[in-house]
Design a protein around this ligand. Structure first.
Ligand code: SF4
Length: 145
């Protein structure tokens, strides 16, 4: 089964800070599924490292106030293309990211406040029928799929 995964979760240093968010289940996931690593922010034309950005009122704004929504939207579309090409039904994405977060994201004030909402990619994938899970749901996914 082909499964999309946020590249930072399997050790790629593509986070805004230039590091990764490696998860301990990476090897097991690799052994069980055909993982397709993606980073929508890089695919959208952002650099690493880059300024942190948060989603607010449907736009993505960096800490210094630059509107980078178009890069995030472009990257999300590229990932959707890959998801369709590989016929992915599931995506495991990094929680709380303005791109990858599903269900809960930072509120746009850069003060660590979390609100209900989806990142740009998570929302686009869900609209297209792909089930999006966060890294905290991996153990359940491994049991069920
Ligand atoms: S955009 Fe997604 S894959 Fe890329 S670093 Fe952020 S959370 Fe990870």
């Amino acid at each position: 089964m082909n499964v999309l995964i946020s590249a930072c979760l399997i050790g790629v240093n593509c986070r805004y800070s230039g590091d990764s968010s490696m998860i301990e289940e990476a090897e097991e996931l690799k052994n069980r599924y055909h993982l397709i690593p993606v980073c929508p922010e890089i695919l959208g034309g952002m650099t690493t490292p880059r300024e942190p950005a948060e989603k607010k009122d449907g736009k993505v704004i960096t800490r210094t106030g630059e509107d980078v929504t178009k890069y995030f939207e472009r990257g999300a579309k590229e990932v959707l293309h890959l998801a369709k090409f590989y016929d992915c039904k599931y995506a495991i994405l990094k929680e709380r990211s303005p791109s990858c977060g599903r269900g809960a994201i930072y509120d746009g004030t850069f003060s660590q406040v979390i609100i209900e909402g989806n990142g740009i990619l998570a929302e686009l994938l869900e609209k297209n029928g792909i089930v999006v899970l966060g890294e905290s749901q991996i153990s359940t996914f491994l049991i069920q799929k």
